[in-house]
Design a binder for this molecule. Sequence first.
Ligand SMILES: Cc1ncc(COP(=O)(O)O)c(C=O)c1O
Length: 341
Amino acid sequence: MISPLDRFARFPLAHLPTPLTEMHRLREALSRETSRKLPRLFIKRDDCTGLAGGGNKTRKLEYLIGEALAAGADTVVTTGAAQSNHARQTAAAAAAAGLRCVLVLFDTVPYQGHAYRCSGNLLLDRVLGAEVRIVPGDTDAVAIFGEVMGEIEAKGGKPFFVPVGGSSAVGALGYANAYLELAAQLDETGLLNTALIHASSSGGTQAGLIAGAALRGRGPSVHGINVYRADNEAMAEGIHALACKTTALLDTTAPSPDAVSLDGTALGEGYGLPTDAMRKAVELVAHSEGVLLDPVYTGKGMAGFIAQLLEGRYADHDAAIFLNTGGMPGLFAYEEEFAAR
Ligand SMILES: Cc1ncc(COP(=O)(O)O)c(C=O)c1O
């Protein structure tokens, strides 16, 4: 059957479908902490997308690199925080497509661990051959992007700008596709009433999943855990706007604002700043399932998910699925949080 997603240029990067596996031992561990009923727990392994450490950006980049190549670009420019997984994945995607890559990384996170500014994703960006420019957190974004794009053009190059997190409507198509992939896997299990939970930041993952749900017309329901912005309501509005742009691209019905479920209680002091619940969640999932999460996104996402489960959320569901969006290299940048504790 022809899908509306087939209309878009796509550069293959990801190993798909990613596995969907049941977390029996995490469920047992959580059952010891609560008398409430827990649904069956699953994990969708988008940390296994396969590109230079994996993660959710690979799916978005298939469409974004497709767009860049169609535009005749020879250089990809993107941005994020110093430990951006998106930047690392973009560096890898550009290498795989034979494009140059310039990363403009904003030094915004006041985390003072010694590896934060040299290891983890930043180390991998360099190994992957990207040109890395770290700029102070308060740098004027429009001015610096204009400067970088202008420099490339002045040398005869053709730059293509990928927004933070790969979160344009085209990037979000990767998660509309992921939603359909997961739905097909769930159909095989026979589980009907299901919820999908994931860490949400620049919003493209959640917007794409919501667009995928609009295409499919039935569950699983989608629930973001905000790991990014203190203003939860404004973030939800941004995700809704992006989901509407994505459904417009796909010629399908726009979602209502209620389609955006966003829990702001796991963020802690701010983006990239560790919380106790994050550390516990990372260790619990590593010890019980042998699965690695990360300190900035999936660790907080899992912490929020566990808190929801212990409060009885999804108790009436057949299953709750955590989307592991990757980010494992971040553990090395935050080594003090886990080493010798
Ligand atoms: C590991 C990981 N998980 C989740 C997210 C959130 O995805 P999005 O920015 O699409 O909301 C990111 C974004 O950078 C990420 O790197």
